[in-house]
Ligand binder design. Structure first.
Ligand SMILES: [Zn+2]
Length: 343
């Protein structure tokens, strides 16, 4: 089959497009999915460079977002059939650990993630446990669906389920021009919140972010944002979604109102940051750390997409053979929305 394979970690050039990769072997409870679209996520870049602490089995195929068609079912699969269009939940859970038994499959201690612990979607075919498949309605485009499992699900879990953003509350989003930002803005507006979004490409992207729903668009400079927010919201913001890390966390923390909450779901600028324990309790602050979300949340997101309440912004649709170019584009952060690969 066709696939983009990593034989070593490093720069984008280590991504090798091949046409002679063996198709995956199916386990009895798995289906073989012909991938029709996948999308890039920051984690793909981190894994390609060599994720610290992750023992990557090489050769490896990246990619966690899978939208496609079932072409073959394992012997134990009963409720699916070849020809069905599916969207794939990106976590494979064990079903046996104490967290799985409590219905928290997203927190499974034995979790496997497509493109990290298992072969991913930068390929013509991928083997997927049947329980991860969600039927994809005919009116949903494969490329739009492929934007949901990582970026959309993380934004949904963070804002709707964990922070439980309420009508009239305020949300600050750092660096909102990518896929996560696009979903976070739209989901926050669906919750009835007011959104303040930043972008490094200010003022060029001001109109785009406003069109997605942002109420205020500011340059991505913590000092400018702090000054502007003290004027706009003297008591502070209710919720901050921070996937940037140490370069923004001190400001995220300082800008929260009393009783505010910050949701951390990424570390693009480092792994550690200082935190004032004194301020945390004195101001009744809540800090959440999350990644991805639950299968039920992904189903809910797909409903929002199928009913036209969510519109993923797609930067470019590229053939799988252009994976190196797609990674360079993502690293340069010059795209707006999601980058799609079509295997
Ligand atoms: Zn488990």
């Amino acid at each position: 089959m066709r696939a983009v394979v990593l034989y070593q970690t490093g720069d984008p050039e280590v991504l090798q497009y091949r046409e002679d990769i063996p198709e995956p072997q199916l386990q009895p409870d798995e289906v073989l999915v012909r991938v029709r679209a996948t999308s890039l996520n920051r984690v793909d870049i981190v894994i390609r460079r060599g994720y610290p602490g992750l023992e990557l089995r090489l050769p490896h195929i990246l990619g966690g977002d899978i939208a496609g068609e079932i072409v073959e079912c394992g012997s134990a699969v009963e409720h699916l059939r070849p020809g069905q269009r599916v969207l794939v939940y990106p976590i494979v859970w064990c079903g046996r650990c104490s967290l799985c038994r409590r219905g928290l499959e997203n927190l499974c201690v034995n979790w496997q993630y497509f493109g990290m612990h298992r072969a991913g979607s930068y390929a013509e075919y991928v083997a997927v446990p049947a329980c991860c498949c969600i039927e994809l309605p005919e009116n949903v485009d494969f490329a739009e669906a492929a934007c949901l499992p990582i970026a959309g699900l993380t934004a949904f879990h963070a804002l709707v389920s964990v922070a439980q953003l309420q009508p009239g509350e305020t949300l600050l989003l750092w660096g909102a021009s990518g896929g996560m930002g696009n979903f976070a803005i739209q989901l926050a507006k669906l919750q009835g919140a007011q959104v303040i979004a930043t972008t490094r490409r200010y003022p060029q992207l001001e109109a785009t972010l406003s069109e997605w729903g942002a109420d205020f668009v500011l340059p991505h400079d913590p000092d400018v944002v702090s000054a502007k927010l003290r004027e706009l919201l003297p008591d502070g913001v209710d919720v901050v979604l921070d996937y940037v890390g140490p370069s923004t966390f001190p400001s995220s923390f300082a800008l929260l109102r009393k009783g505010g909450r910050v949701v951390l779901c990424g570390i693009l600028t480092g792994r550690e940051s200082m935190l004032s324990l004194h301020q945390t309790y004195l101001r009744h602050l809540t800090i959440y750390g999350i990644y991805l979300g639950t299968l039920a949340e992904l189903k809910r997101l797909l409903e929002l997409l199928a009913t036209g309440q969510l519109r993923p912004a797609i930067a470019e649709r590229l053939p799988l053979s252009e994976a190196v170019h797609a990674h360079r584009l993502m690293e340069s952060s010059q795209h707006v929305g999601k980058l799609i690969l079509l295997p």
